[in-house]
Design a protein around this ligand. Structure first.
Ligand SMILES: Cc1cc2nc3c(=O)[nH]c(=O)nc-3n(C[C@H](O)[C@H](O)[C@H](O)COP(=O)(O)OP(=O)(O)OC[C@H]3O[C@@H](n4cnc5c(N)ncnc54)[C@H](O)[C@@H]3O)c2cc1C
Length: 332
């Protein structure tokens, strides 16, 4: 059992916050976790690669990290393979593994930082795909009862960047593995405009789609090793279609996407950009110059400084457009 006291989290969060955890515990098996649980100081915080966390101070409690890794094919039929993956596996390595094993459905999610367990919490998405489209089952340990609980995908409450695991009452579920249902037949997913035009008139291979996604991502997002960040800080707002009449009239170029059930998805990046925040700096916190959805640590910023900038943007966008932005990043 590896339990460390007063552990630095600097290397465990991509925003580069220099904070500490009273305790840090890494487990390599469910048995190890189950044995340790009764003795761990509360509260508990599950951490993956910390690529969607904003620490606003030291964490007084125990930070848990899953080191259960690896992928194993559990069953196959003519169309699908069910693959169990340890929650501590790196997401992008898993995507690479899928392609090399002739299993498809994850390639558009290439290059997203983080681990497999967190991908099932966050319902990660990009380039026309979402993790929930391939998640079949999520296996957890209940930190309160010490029991194993398995959730079928339908029980996970997946929607845009959301799941039941994000709710405070479900933080008790520690994800140890995820079962994915992957297609054995290759069919490119080219719903995303930029991918569709990249491959117009061509049938790309899965590896070609992966490489195209990796190249597009590189051009848009700052490397956290160079500039601390957690990817998109805000989610795209969903608003009732009945509310956007005036906005569409005032801003005919405003991007909007039908989200079904009478809702419209707006582009948070467009709203922030239009409000004039792109490239803005507030002390040591900034809005990334090439992608206004991304807030960056310009060097030595505290979580509170990042949060102050985020709140200023939320208030300003609300004043200008009447649209409320919400944060994607988990604040700790
Ligand atoms: C440069 C950059 C680009 C990004 N691009 C995208 C993108 O395109 N699409 C996208 O969706 N996201 C994107 N993100 C956000 C981030 O990569 C995802 O949210 C990712 O899933 C976070 O994984 P993580 O392992 O770092 O989780 P963490 O940030 O450590 O944790 C995220 C959440 O999951 C919980 N958690 C972690 N592990 C477990 C576990 N084993 N059991 C239970 N709960 C757990 C945590 O408590 C927390 O609530 C990006 C981030 C960066 C820095």
């Amino acid at each position: 059992m590896e339990l460390r006291q007063n552990h630095s989290l600097l290397g465990h969060n991509t925003f580069g916050m220099d904070v500490r955890a009273s305790w840090f515990f890494e487990y390599s098996s469910e048995d190890e976790l189950l044995e340790a649980l009764p003795r761990l100081e509360r509260p508990l915080l599950n951490i993956g690669e910390g690529s969607n966390l904003l620490f606003c101070g030291d964490f007084r409690g125990t930070v848990l990290h899953c080191a259960i890794r690896g992928a194993e094919i559990e069953s196959t039929d003519a169309e699908t393979a069910l693959v169990r993956v340890g929650a501590g596996s790196n997401w992008d390595s898993f995507v690479e593994w899928c392609i090399s094993h002739g299993l498809y459905g994850a390639e558009n999610l290439s290059g997203i930082p983080g681990e497999v367990g967190a991908a099932a919490v966050q319902n990660i998405g990009a380039y026309g795909s979402e993790a929930c489209e391939i998640i079949r089952q999520v296996r957890t340990v209940d930190a309160e009862s010490g029991e194993i609980r398995v959730f079928d995908a339908a029980e996970c409450g997946y929607s845009y960047r959301d799941s039941i695991f994000k709710r405070a009452e479900n933080k008790r579920y520690i994800i140890t593995s995820v079962v994915f249902a992957l297609s054995r037949e290759w069919k490119p997913i080219l719903k995303y405009k930029a991918l569709a035009s990249e491959f117009e008139g061509i049938e790309p291979s899965a590896e070609e789609v992966r490489q195209a996604v990796l190249v597009m991502r590189e051009g848009k997002l700052p490397d956290p090793k160079v500039l601390g960040n957690a990817g998109s800080f805000f989610v795209n707002p969903l608003v009732p279609a009945s509310r956007i009449g005036t906005l569409s009239f005032l801003y005919p170029d405003m991007p909007r996407f039908d989200a079904g059930e009478g809702m419209v998805k707006l582009s948070a990046a467009w709203l922030i950009d239009k409000a004039g925040w792109k490239g803005f700096q507030m002390g040591r916190a900034g809005v990334y110059e090439h992608q206004p959805l991304v807030l960056v640590n310009l060097g030595g910023a505290t979580g509170q400084e990042i949060l102050n900038l985020a709140n200023s943007i939320i208030n300003d966008v609300y004043d200008k457009f009447g649209v409320e932005l919400s944060m994607e990043v988990n604040r700790i």
